[in-house]
Each structure stands twice: as structure tokens, then as C-alpha cells.
Design a protein around this ligand. Structure first.
Ligand SMILES: *Cc1c(COP(=O)(O)O)cnc(C)c1O
Length: 392
């Protein structure tokens, strides 16, 4: 059996999306900018797709820009806005952002002289609105806070942040790659000025993204060239992928409500099953404010990498909370920012579900994972030590 529980890393292109894209690899190959019927016909589909994306967020189609990925959208939003508004030199984000935001902030700090604030998180991975308010100054240009965290699934209070930003006249960008298409999001009501989305996290292909820019917000183009995307992002449109993303957004809007309940129940079953059958486990994140498809579990006395390798052998794909850098095992910046004790930050695994996850798969995971953890613990000198001490 093959069980894919790594949907926060990437997701399967859904059959409906694949089907919608196919004609654009075949007879519908026109350039949407062309004057002739070949182009005009294709342009109609691009327009339709843009409307479908806009519909997901209750915004206007001309506020939607197609990009090449979520990372490009994050870069474009932050760097493009600051380039167009060079007077203010302070920017605010959190310690738990994706590298596509975090490393942009570090870059701006090092090379462009920006003053940066990285909001801290508590032991559940939540930020504090008071800390945010205190960080803001008349020199603050932009706030970038993700809608949902990719590692622990936490959902941040972006409506509150949007209101604070609006009141102070500060631009608010949110990386919604993990939330878009999974949670209902009315960007006008949330006071979001810019938003990033990535196709491959919502069953469209890799290599397509969206940047929403609220009407009236001026952002410098990230790619300069032709007049595509109303001069905001040059380059001939990636028509098949744009059409595919439009389909994915339409599908998401239709099934979001029902799927959130079904997936949430499966996630809970997995999480409860694992934490109840395996001692010395901890849930990383805030169970009260969390994406319904994600669970991040810390297993004491074992290495995340070892767990993943054994899971992979048994046909289960998941992800660890640590990344192998320069030979040393560095726990994730998210878990470290939360102050998660070393003993289980290293042994943390992320399981992320999708609308294609079935109950049979979860049952298989529940049967397969506990003995793997037990075997690894039996090999661990730390566990041996711990158990010996317990017995005394
Ligand atoms: C995956 C991800 C990105 C990057 O998207 P790409 O399309 O892979 O560039 C950005 N932010 C978050 C939160 C993500 O999970």
C-alpha cells in the first residue's frame, strides 16, 4: 500500500485539473496576446481561469496576477511593494514563515538596509497581537504574516492583523499557500492587501502561482518585459497551468466545506490513534487554531529522519520537522522558535492529508507506525536509560 501524507510539501494533480489542461498542450496552443482567432480563443480561457481564482477570494479578476510559484509571489509582493515605496525602512514578519518570506527579509536586511522585526511565537507556535502592535512604528512599510504554517498547521489571526495594518496605514501581505483553497477567505473582509498562493499545494501543477494585489496598491513589476498581466508580470502566459489552476480553485470552492470535515475527522483519527497508542508523544502546534489537514507529532527518543526512512519502506510518505544541513541535524526553525525541547524536536514528524486521503490509508498508517517507533526506541540508548531509571 502507498499512503501519501505529505500534502503540505506538494499534492497530486487532480484528474479534473489534468483533463482541463490537456487541450492546451494540443490544439489550443495560441498565444493569448495574439490578435488572431488562435490567440483570442485561448485568451478567453485565461480570462475564465482568472475569474475562478478571484471568485475563491471575493476579489476582482484584475487584482489577480499569475506567477510561476508561491515563492515568486512572496518575492514579488514584498520586494515589489518596497521598491515602489522606498521611503519607509521597517518591515515586520514572524520567525516561523516559509523561507520564501524569511530569506527575503534577511536579504533586505543585509543588502538594502531594512530594519526588520521577526515576531516571536509561544510554545504552541502562536504570535501575539500585542507584540505586533508594539513593533509598529511610523517607519513601518509592510507586515507579512502567513495565513497558515506549513510545518505545524497553525492558523494566524490575519483578520486582526489586517485591521491593525489598515488602521496604521501599513500594507499587509499574507503567504496563504497552505490555506488558500482549504479555508474560506474573503480578502476584502480580512483587509488583506496582498496574498500569495501556489498551485501545487492545491492539486494544480508545480510551477504556477498567484499574487493578489488589492486595487490601488502599487507594486513594481518583478519581471519586466511585455504587457502581460497588465504590465505587472511580463512573460507569455503559462496557459495550460493557468487553466489548471483555475479548475483547481473552482474544485476547491465547491468541495472545501465538505472536505474540511472529512479530512479533519481523518486527521483527528490519525492524531488520536498515534498519541494514544504510543507513549511519550507530543502534538506540536496550537490544536485550537490549526489547519484540519495537518498534524505535527514529536516522538521522544527517536530521530525524525529514521522514522521517515522506515515509514517510506512501508509505503508511507511523511515529512520530518528537521532539515539536514551541512552534516548536522538542525531541527526546524519553526519548532526551535517554539522552544520545543530538543528531545522531541528531533523526533518530530509532519503528516498532512488531502482530499484524496482515504480512511483505509489512515487505518494502515495507524497499524504501521506504532511498531516502527517502538523498534527505533528499542535501539535507542536514551530510551534504554530512561526506562531503566523509570523502573528504579
Ligand atoms: C510551499 C510553500 C511556499 C512555496 O511555494 P512554491 O510554489 O513551492 O514556490 C511558500 N509558502 C508556504 C507556506 C509553502 O508551504
Amino acid at each position: 500500500m502507498q499512503v501519501y501524507l505529505d500534502n503540505n510539501a506538494t499534492s497530486m494533480v487532480s484528474p479534473t485539473v489534468r483533463e482541463a489542461m490537456m487541450p492546451f498542450f494540443g490544439e489550443l496552443y495560441g498565444n493569448p496576446s495574439s490578435m488572431h482567432f488562435f490567440g483570442g480563443h485561448v485568451a478567453k480561457y485565461v480570462k475564465e481561469a482568472r475569474a475562478k481564482v478571484a471568485d475563491l477570494f471575493n476579489v476582482s479578476p484584475d487584482e489577480i496576477i499569475f506567477t510561476s510559484c508561491g515563492s515568486e509571489s512572496d518575492n514579488h509582493a514584498i520586494r515589489g511593494y518596497l521598491e515602489a515605496h522606498p521611503e519607509k525602512k521597517h518591515i515586520v514578519t514572524t520567525k516561523v514563515e516559509h523561507p520564501a518570506v524569511l530569506n527575503v527579509f534577511k536579504y533586505l536586511e543585509k543588502t538594502k538596509g531594512y530594519r526588520t522585526t521577526y515576531l516571536s511565537v509561544n510554545n504552541k507556535g502562536m504570535i501575539s497581537l500585542d507584540e505586533l502592535k508594539e513593533a509598529l512604528t511610523p517607519d513601518t512599510a509592510l507586515i507579512s504574516v502567513m495565513t497558515a504554517n506549513n510545518e505545524i498547521g497553525n492558523i494566524f489571526p490575519i483578520g486582526d492583523i489586517g485591521a491593525i495594518a489598515k488602521e496604521r496605514g501599513i500594507i499587509f501581505h499574507t503567504d496563504a499557500v497552505q490555506a488558500a483553497g482549504k479555508l474560506p477567505m474573503d480578502l476584502k473582509a480580512l483587509n488583506v492587501d496582498m496574498l500569495s498562493l501556489s498551485g501545487h499545494k492545491i492539486h494544480a501543477p508545480k510551477g504556477i502561482g498567484v499574487l493578489y494585489i488589492r486595487k490601488g496598491v502599487h507594486v513594481s513589476p518583478f519581471i519586466i518585459g511585455g504587457h502581460q498581466e497588465s504590465g505587472r508580470r511580463a512573460g507569455t502566459e503559462n496557459v495550460p497551468y493557468i487553466v489548471g489552476l483555475g479548475q483547481a480553485c473552482e474544485d476547491a470552492k465547491k468541495s472545501m466545506f465538505d472536505e474540511s470535515k472529512r479530512i479533519g475527522a481523518l486527521r483527528d483519527k490519525l492524531e488520536k490513534g498515534l498519541t494514544q497508542s504510543i507513549p511519550y508523544t507530543h502534538i506540536n502546534g496550537d490544536p485550537e487554531h490549526r489547519m484540519y489537514n495537518t498534524t505535527n507529532i514529536g516522538f521522544e527518543f527517536v530521530e525524525g529522519e529514521a522514522i521517515l526512512l522506515h515509514l517510506s519502506k512501508e509505503g508511507i510518505a511523511a515529512s520530518s520537522g528537521s532539515a539536514c544541513t551541512s552534516g548536522s541535524l538542525e531541527p526546524s526553525h519553526v519548532l526551535m522558535s517554539m522552544g520545543i525541547p530538543f528531545t522531541y524536536a528531533h523526533g518530530s514528524c509532519r503528516f498532512s492529508l488531502s482530499k484524496f486521503t482515504t480512511e483505509e490509508e489512515i487505518d494502515y498508517a495507524l497499524k504501521t507506525i506504532p511498531p516502527i517507533i517502538q523498534n527505533l526506541r528499542d535501539l535507542s540508548p536514551f530510551y534504554d536509560d530512561f526506562i531503566t531509571k523509570q523502573k528504579k
